[in-house]
Design a protein around this ligand. Structure first.
Ligand code: HAM
Length: 414
């Protein structure tokens, strides 16, 4: 039979990979809790229209990268390419769109992109949404969360880029001016940017082509179209954080999702290579009403877990491990009872039972090859005396016999 492999761009995560995932995931949850942000979980599948309406059907994410298919009822459904749309849909659906909420989520997202290092078709995001908070202090608070994430996960060589897209009107006026400026230079634009000229001109600011970038320097600047107060806020954010963190204004930062207005930001790291953004987000004041809800000014961010894990230098504390050995299988029922009691006493230790029929010597040999610090051994004599032998596998010290109470105490303090 031929083997069946995983889909391209959808890697498996093996135990050895997840060793570096767990401390990062745990730290993020700890940070979210410390900001009083609560968890929400929404489905991986949504109506395709949700993403068309929110992320935008002129965006690459919906236009080219979305995994859509018909269900058995011929309804078009899609795997979520990002988390914000589903969160807002769920809040509007439960009529919570008049409250202030701070929510986080973590889970897989799906985009049909060309896979490369740091870019996958199934990837994981941790996201945060501050719902019902108008422009102002919440923008500063979210940037301070970005700073804590960078600090808490020990990310080096990173920089936070910020920009302000203005409101709907200024975005429209700027787009119009940009198109007028680019029209006579169409021959410089590649196929992708030409298409954007019609569908989503702001995205051309994101072009990686140096000729286009040079041309844009001569063109209209978004800063001339946004209000004085917006420019002021951008500069205030920069000055509030630049003393302790690397933060800069990048007037070409536009982001790939249509729902943004106001503040947008990304955090990038030189250690990442071509796919250098490990976090991105911004304000999206109109998304709730676009999805049939009330006006709900909001701002949020999402972190690419694969990317941030690859540059985070936090590690998990060394695993504590015990090998639990019985001399014969008839002792197994008692061993199960003692082992589970210990697991309750200290769930941070991993207790590995060897219930094979091999000799005590062979079991000890096997235990020695693992990272276990001690072996707990029960033979007929120990059953009789209601005790357990505790043998160090790392140090050359004599084994001791402990009664159950002492064993519990010992296990608690490992
Ligand atoms: P996004 O910039 O599309 O924003 O994605 C956020 C992060 O997800 C990126 O900075 C990157 O680290 C990671 N990411 C994106 N695509 C891939 C991929 N194909 N492979 C690996 N990592 C990837 C959003 O998704 C918005 N929902 C963020 C947001 C929340 N805005 C407001 N609230």
């Amino acid at each position: 039979m031929t083997k069946i492999n995983s889909l391209r761009g959808m890697p498996d995560l093996y135990p050895e990979d997840l060793i570096s995932w767990h401390p990062v995931e745990n730290k993020l949850v700890e940070i979210f809790n410390s900001f009083s942000i609560e968890e929400i979980r929404t489905p991986l599948l949504e109506h395709t229209d949700l993403f068309k309406r929110s992320v935008g059907d002129t965006s690459d994410i919906v236009n080219k990268e979305i995994y859509s298919f018909n269900d058995r009822n011929e309804k078009s459904i899609s795997l979520r390419p990002e988390g914000t749309a589903g969160v807002i849909r769920s809040i509007v659906e439960k009529k919570l769109d008049q409250q202030q909420l701070k929510l986080w989520y973590m889970g897989p997202m799906f985009r049909y992109e060309r896979p490369q290092k740091g870019r996958y078709r199934q990837f994981y995001q941790a996201g945060v949404e501050f719902l019902g908070f108008p422009e102002g202090s919440s923008d500063f608070e979210l940037i301070s969360l970005v700073c804590l994430i960078i600090e808490g996960l020990k990310i080096k060589n990173s920089i936070i880029k910020i920009n302000h897209l203005g409101d709907k009107e200024s975005k429209k006026a700027f787009s119009k001016e940009l198109v007028k400026f680019l029209e006579p230079h169409k021959k410089i634009l590649d196929e992708k940017d030409l298409e954007r000229l019609n569908s989503n001109p702001l995205r051309i600011l994101d072009s990686k082509d140096t000729n286009v970038q040079n041309l844009l320097k001569e063109g209209p600047s978004l800063t001339d179209f946004i209000s004085d107060s917006a420019n002021l806020m951008l500069n205030q954010i920069k000055s509030s954080f630049s003393k302790y963190w690397d933060i800069e204004i990048d007037t070409n930062l536009v982001r790939g999702l249509d729902y943004y207005n106001g503040l947008v930001f990304e955090a990038i790291s030189d250690d990442l290579g071509a796919q250098d953004a490990f976090l991105g987000g911004g304000r999206y004041d109109n998304l709730s009403s676009t999805l049939g809800g009330k006006e709900m000014p909001s701002i949020g961010l999402a972190i690419g877990l694969e990317r941030i894990i690859s540059i985070s230098s936090i590690t998990s504390s060394k695993e504590k491990k015990i090998a639990f050995i019985t001399s014969t299988s008839n002792i197994a029922p008692l061993a199960f009872k003692i082992a589970n009691q210990l697991r309750i006493v200290n769930p941070n230790v991993s207790l590995d039972m060897d219930l094979t029929e091999s000799s005590l010597k062979a079991k000890l040999r096997r235990a020695n090859k693992t990272s276990a610090s001690h072996a707990f051994i029960i033979g007929d004599e120990e059953v009789e005396s209601e005790s357990v032998i505790v043998k160090s596998l790392r140090e050359d010290i004599e084994q001791v016999n402990m009664n159950y109470e002492d064993l519990n105490k010992f296990y608690k303090e490992i």
